[in-house]
Design a protein. Sequence first.
Length: 168
Amino acid sequence: MHTAHRTDSLRPVDEILRRHHARLREVDRMLPPDFVHGDARLDEVYDVFGEVWVEQAVFLERFDENTFVVAWFDDWFLTVRRVTGAAPEAWIAQHLPHRRSIVELVLGDRPEVPARAGHVVIATPRWRLLEFERDVLAVTRESFGASPATDAQNDLLSLVCLCARLGR
């Protein structure tokens, strides 16, 4: 018995693949307020800067013009997302329009981003970030360099926790 397939009722393969690749590019990791990074808890940033500022801030590290990792708090939970195919400022304006502050980590030889109102740039060599992680947060990375996406997520966790610890 032969069954004919109707192509007019099927979604085009190209469209399915495009949506699949878009989902792969934007992967969320949600962390609770009591998540511990080294010996720091994520919610320490609320104690230092207050709920209003924290819930309006975005933490950012870019790889290039259209690839970056972004993190933000919502009801004390931290969402970390890797995004490709968009400029960070445009993506933030579209997806997180009520956010008023960007704290951007610039590591190593990446071109420095000019600071603007509401955009704080923290530029440091990677070795210095790792030193701060070790000395201030008691973080030791066991597999540094294995995955740029994982490294960037850890960079942003460290950025959030270092803001809390050094902002006291």
